[in-house]
Design a binder for this molecule. Structure first.
Ligand code: SAM
Ligand code: SF4
Length: 367
């Protein structure tokens, strides 16, 4: 298998044995470097061509989702859940390889990860891998109440729950599920009974931003939770809503600064959020601003899809199949392949040009 052959869907675009077809962003000179690159230090941490250390893996374990969030899957998931998702054994190999080259934090995402019946096994497998310090997950919270104790016992350290509104009717309209009171109660149970670090993700929409901010500030007064606003990202499936609702994060930052909230330094394994705290509040307000200048400068992430394809950037034009390594329990081969990806990790996304690469919606690989 040619592990450096980028694919769009299942179509292979470059093969070293055939006449190469170069595609967006990957210059012939870079690929030439790749095809001749051989001396790889197996335990050397992954560092890309822009001196960024990659310590954080986001692993999608399914494309499938039960929700119909209007900015992500407005018509719901089309078709049946895929049958060819990575197995627990393949995931074990994957994580061992990534841990060997410096990954410290793994986020399990989707689609909706909690619809996988073997999720507890997956959490345990990641948690028990030498070198992994933090196991995190992003979920819509549909199964939080039912499985919280099991996720906790399996070793989950951090949970991000997507909750776009504090208003039950708006939540219902945005997701297709009338379950906000239950979700709020389940999150309070999490805070009262576990040490899982809880964050809430909310998409920043012009129409609801101010009301959400006021409610979020009330919510974090007595709860050690970070409520994060994610700037709405345009993908090919959501352009109409994007142009109607996209807002920049300044409207939130300006309010916070004027009202005495202060920023914090990010840790090396942290995600891209800038967090604000206030002495009178237990929790924090966070902002993720992918359209802001220099957002990508501190990227520390790689992504792997539920079919075993590496996405070097969320919004890249293609992906890279590493499944054969996983099927053969070939950690050394995986590590070598990961190193060879480093020169071609893109410097930044092209969202400003309304170009989300191959990402039609974020359920394809997780946010
Ligand atoms: N289903 C899980 C959930 O909703 O938490 C995990 C996958 S979801 C794709 C991950 C995150 O991406 C969610 O917090 C969601 O709000 C965010 N997201 C989805 N589409 C987005 C978009 N177009 N712009 C910004 N964030 C988006
Ligand atoms: Fe599903 Fe998450 Fe997308 Fe909502 S944001 S449709 S919960 S994948």
């Amino acid at each position: 298998m040619n592990h450096l052959a980028p694919t769009v869907g299942n179509a292979q675009l470059y093969s070293p044995t055939a006449a190469p077809t170069f595609f967006d962003g990957h210059s012939p000179s870079k690929l030439a470097v790749l095809s001749t690159h051989s001396a790889v230090t197996l335990f050397q941490p992954l560092t890309d061509g822009f001196a960024r250390r990659l310590t954080y893996l986001r692993l999608s374990i399914t494309d499938f989702c039960n929700f119909r969030c209007e900015y992500c899957l407005p018509n719901g998931y089309q078709g049946k859940p895929p049958q060819d998702e990575l197995s627990v054994t393949e995931i074990a190999t994957l994580i061992r390889g990534f841990a060997q080259v410096g990954t410290k934090k793994v986020r399990i995402t989707g689609g909706e990860p909690s619809i996988r019946r073997d999720l507890v096994e997956i959490i345990k497998t990641v948690k028990n891998t030498k070198g992994i310090e933090t196991v995190a997950m992003t979920s819509n919270g549909y199964k939080l109440g039912k499985h919280l104790a099991d996720w906790h016992a399996a070793g989950l350290n951090q949970l991000n729950i997507s909750m776009d509104s504090f208003d039950a009717a708006t939540f219902h309209k945005m997701t297709g599920f009338d379950m906000l009171p239950q979700l709020l109660a389940d999150m309070d149970t999490l805070l009262a009974t576990t040490d899982i670090k809880l964050k809430i993700n909310s998409i920043l929409m012009a129409e609801t931003a101010f009301e959400n901010l006021m409610n979020a500030i009330d919510y974090v007064k007595d709860r050690a939770v970070t409520y994060r606003f994610i700037e709405f990202m345009q993908t090919s499936d959501n352009s109409d809503l994007f142009f109607a609702q996209h807002a920049q994060t300044d409207i939130i930052t300006n309010y916070l600064i004027e009202h005495g909230w202060q920023t914090h330094e990010r840790g090396s394994n942290d995600g891209p959020a800038i967090e604000y705290s206030h002495p009178d509040y237990q929790g924090r307000i966070g902002l993720i601003a992918p359209y802001a200048a220099h957002f990508c400068d501190s990227c520390n992430r790689l992504r792997v899809s539920s079919q075993g394809k590496v996405h070097l950037c969320l919004f890249d034009q293609g992906n890279y199949d590493i499944r054969e390594h996983l099927q053969q329990d070939d950690v050394a081969g995986l590590v070598s392949t990961l190193h060879r990806f480093m020169p071609i990790k893109p410097e930044h996304h092209h969202l400003h040009d309304s170009n989300s690469g191959m990402m039609n919606n974020l359920s394809m690989i997780g946010g």
